[in-house]
Ligand binder design. Structure first.
Ligand code: DPM
Length: 360
């Protein structure tokens, strides 16, 4: 079949590949996320044939251990990256919050799609319908294996108890509904919405109750960093505001040397060309907390002329079609806020949290 020339944003005309293979994990959420991205790409590039290949990752196999205890950072990404490296797939769709802030050499995030609501949500056991975290009885057990959620909520709702729950979204909801172990579980609203269970959300947690995880609610598309044609094609999916927020959040996390295994949380907002970043670190029980907010101008996002020609990465993200000055400002904001908290003792809080969690 003759290849059509389709204009690609910021890059003139390109010779498009005839087939693009997309790798995905096999969970229902991963598949839905991958299908969403594949559909957006198919609309942009009707002449290209998109094929989806499902794969199992280590993270899908280890179902009995809390994520924070597994140490290995690229639990859900390694097998998919191996397939990318071997050219078995050309792109991989992830929840951006599961992607480490430092990617292995040779890979980059070529698209960050418009973010869903990044807030955490409460899903109640059916017998608790109508209740909130405030009104649940003393010693009600809440399921989460996120140290970040547990730390913040223990402090804010001292009458509740927190217990690990693992497995993909389907498994967790089944564990909640079919057993009487948990009164409620905490999950990302974005995942619930994507999987069609938005109606199970009884409460969205505001920033005062629970700051969210770095990049929560955003999808990232990982590619081979040398594959400029694919990168340029996929870059059309970048949502500029989401990119800037996630660059700031990821830079904050990376500079703190945080990860899945420490309680680090954020909140970001873009208003009148100002990017606001709130970041916090917690002890495991939430009693120690360092939290601050900083802001920077990302006004240059409106000036097309500052777009660079190079494939520069910012915390693993390549966004050639977004002004580099705005990306630099967002990254610096994350680093500056991390430094501010480090000066106040963030490193000590995180070190202790890590040690206590490892010893559990
Ligand atoms: C990471 C965490 C969790 C996931 C840690 C955190 C939650 C683990 C748990 C890094 N990845 O949030 O503090 O609750 O035991 C994950 C989910 C999504 C992506 C599910 C969820 C979907 C939402 C999204 C698991 N990764 O958090 O409810 O796209 O952000």
């Amino acid at each position: 079949m003759a290849e059509l020339k389709v204009p690609v944003r910021g890059n003139g005309n390109l010779d498009l590949p005839s087939t693009i293979i997309i790798g995905t994990r096999k969970s229902q959420l991963a598949r839905i996320q991958t299908d969403t991205v594949a559909e957006m790409l198919q609309k942009l590039y009707p002449s290209v044939h998109f094929e989806i290949v499902g794969m199992t990752t280590t993270g899908d196999k280890i179902l009995d251990t809390a994520l924070s205890k597994i140490g290995e950072k690229s639990l859900f990404t390694k097998e998919l990256e191996n397939a990318l490296e071997r050219n078995e797939v050309d792109l991989v769709v992830h929840s951006l919050k599961d992607l480490p802030t430092t990617l292995p050499p040779g890979f980059t995030i070529a698209a960050v799609c418009k973010r869903e609501n990044p807030q955490d949500a409460v899903v109640l056991h059916p017998q608790n319908a109508g209740k909130t975290l405030d009104t649940l009885p003393e010693k009600s057990v809440i399921g989460t294996s996120s140290l970040r959620r547990a730390a913040q909520l223990k402090k804010r709702f001292p009458h509740l108890e927190f217990r690990d729950i693992r497995g993909n979204l389907n498994t967790r909801l089944r564990k909640l509904d079919e057993k009487n172990e948990f009164s409620a579980i905490i999950l990302a609203a974005a995942g619930l919405k994507r999987i069609g269970w938005e109606n199970r959300i009884s409460q969205l947690l505001d920033p005062e109750d629970c700051l969210y995880a770095v990049s929560q609610g955003a999808l990232g598309v990982e590619v081979r960093a040398k594959d400029q044609v694919i990168m340029d094609m996929v870059s059309a999916l970048h949502d500029p505001d989401t990119v800037l927020r996630c660059v700031a959040e990821r830079a904050f996390m990376r500079h703190l040397e945080g990860g899945c295994s420490v309680p680090v949380a954020v909140h970001t907002l873009i208003k009148d060309s100002q990017l606001y970043l709130t970041g916090a670190v917690y002890s495991l029980d939430g009693s120690d907390c360092l939290k601050d907010t900083m802001q920077t101008s990302v006004a240059s996002i409106l000036q097309e002329d500052s777009i660079t020609a190079d494939y520069v990465q910012h915390v693993g993200i390549t966004a050639k079609n977004i002004p580099d000055s705005a990306l630099v400002a967002a990254e610096k904001l994350g680093v500056d806020l991390a430094n501010l908290l480090l000066c106040q003792g963030a490193k000590e809080i995180l070190t202790v949290a890590r040690q206590l969690n490892d010893a559990k």
